[in-house]
Design a protein around this ligand. Structure first.
Ligand code: ARG
Length: 459
């Protein structure tokens, strides 16, 4: 039992002693303001009304009737008949110390334990991991650790974007490099950013290359062995890159937690067929869509959610439906948590609604989007480099470490360098994570190295 409900019992007992009525709640709640104490009991006024008596006098009698309790330092009647409760600091100190000594900090294990799938981090591999993925990664990992600490069975799902049209140009560019004799994949991809920019530029300027890229998409989806092999090499290298970032950040994700978009490829035609059989699909201009009453456009017409495009291609939503089906049907999830930024709210609401209708998620499974705001630069615009590019996650982490190193060096020039490096790592990376977790999760937040590594305030 928690402290609040224990205090509730104490005060309710006193209320019964005074009124003879055992059904009256004391209504103990945290105090509204610190100067009122720690908790307050709000139930006396209603009890006085019922007994047609003066509430302040009744409150005085209740205070007198409270059994002596080591936890309570002071009980005071306030206003029209509130009882302010101040806890005993010595008792509180001892209680907190005892918890600190306990391995579980006095927190009981969850009962019953639940199976919880947490979908987080999920970068798109056709782009370098950028700061946009930092929040999902840090917040998601904190949630996963808390749930595990509570004893739940947690399944991490890194829903990486490893499939789709962008891979056409990547494969075309890898082939081009191989033709030039550059066959060492990890060399080619040593700087992913340079790689993407070069591929994109060719795609925009060279019609032959663009044609090859488009053909690659079809070949890859058709299971062409060469395309698949190059794609696998590319994905493996990108995954290694992400894993380095996770390790640097001490994020608990491992390659085993990767459940990428491509893992659902074989399920996509099944999902379409199944939705069709359940009568949920309608054809609209050649595409197969689900129309739901609760999603309407500005004119009030039901909005179609495309499940399969004209020409047979599948969409982001189709993969997400297959994922819900797998997480509930095969993994028997009790809860699925999506740690995805707020801009995908509509997408996830649609996926959830269709999943319920199709029976992929049973009513007792809770589907939860836990959105977060975007990270912004000092100018209040999306976070960019000085030249307007997206900030690479590795650059950001290195800058945090470097700035922390300068700070330690200024404060403690006498420390040996390896020790200063070690401190800089802990402080720099810790500051990045703390700066994120200390924010109101759903607001956009302004990223500032100066504030993050400031020696004033909470940081
Ligand atoms: N890869 C996506 C992105 O970077 C996020 C995936 C979120 N998870 C999901 N199941 N849709 O925008």
């Amino acid at each position: 039992m928690n402290l609040r409900s224990e205090l509730e019992h104490r005060l309710a007992d006193a209320l019964r002693t005074v009124t003879g009525d055992a059904s009256l709640p004391a209504m103990v709640a945290p105090a509204g303001r610190a100067e009122f104490g720690d908790y307050q009991a709000n139930g006396v006024m209603a009890a006085a009304r019922q007994a047609r008596t003066n509430p302040r006098q009744l409150a005085e009698r209740v205070v007198a009737a409270v059994e002596p309790d080591e936890r309570i330092a002071k009980l005071e009647v306030a206003g029209p008949g509130f009882i302010n409760i101040t806890l005993d600091p010595a008792w509180m100190g001892a209680a907190l110390s005892a918890r600190l000594m306990d391995e579980r900090l006095g927190v009981a294990a969850a009962d019953p334990a639940r199976t919880v799938v947490v979908d987080y981090s999920h970068p798109n591999l056709a782009k370098e991991m950028h700061v946009g993925h930092l929040r999902s990664t840090i917040i998601g990992d904190a949630i996963v650790r808390v749930l595990e600490f509570l004893g739940h069975h947690v399944i991490r799902h890194n829903h990486m974007g490893d499939w789709g049209t962008q891979f056409g140009e990547i494969l075309a560019y890898m082939d081009l490099l191989a033709e030039r004799g550059e066959t060492d994949v990890s060399m080619q991809l040593a700087d992913l950013e340079v790689f993407y920019v070069a591929a994109k530029q060719l795609f925009d300027t060279d019609p032959d290359f663009a044609e090859t890229a488009r053909r690659n998409v079809v070949r890859l989806q058709g299971g062409d062995p060469h395309c698949l092999q190059v794609w696998r090499q590319f994905v493996a290298e990108s995954v290694r890159h992400c894993q380095r970032v996770y390790n640097e950040l001490n994020i608990s994700l491992t390659p085993d937690d990767i459940m990428p978009e491509s893992a659902y490829n074989d399920d996509l035609p099944r999902v379409v067929k199944d939705l069709q059989e359940k009568g949920l699909l309608e054809e609209s201009r050649g595409a197969l869509c689900v129309f739901l009453d609760e999603f309407r456009d500005k004119e009030g017409n039901p909005q179609g959610i495309i499940i399969q495009k004209t020409g047979g291609g599948y969409l982001y939503a189709t993969t997400d439906l297959a994922a819900v089906r797998y997480r509930c049907g095969t993994l028997h999830a009790d809860r699925i948590l999506y740690i995805v930024d707020a801009r995908q709210t509509l997408h996830l609401r649609q996926v959830f609604a269709i999943s319920r209708l199709a029976g992929y998620a049973p009513p007792e499974c809770s589907l939860e989007h836990h959105p977060f705001g975007t990270m912004q630069g000092a100018d209040g615009r999306p976070f960019k480099t000085r030249t307007g590019g997206t900030v690479k996650l590795t650059d950001l982490l290195h800058e945090a470490e470097q700035r922390a190193f300068d700070l330690v060096t200024a404060k403690n020039p006498g420390l040996p360098e390896p020790q200063r490096r070690q401190i800089a790592r802990v402080v720099g990376i810790g500051a990045v994570k703390y700066a994120d977790l200390a924010q109101n999760r759903t607001s956009d937040y302004i990223f500032s190295f100066d504030r993050m590594l400031s020696l004033e305030g909470n940081t």
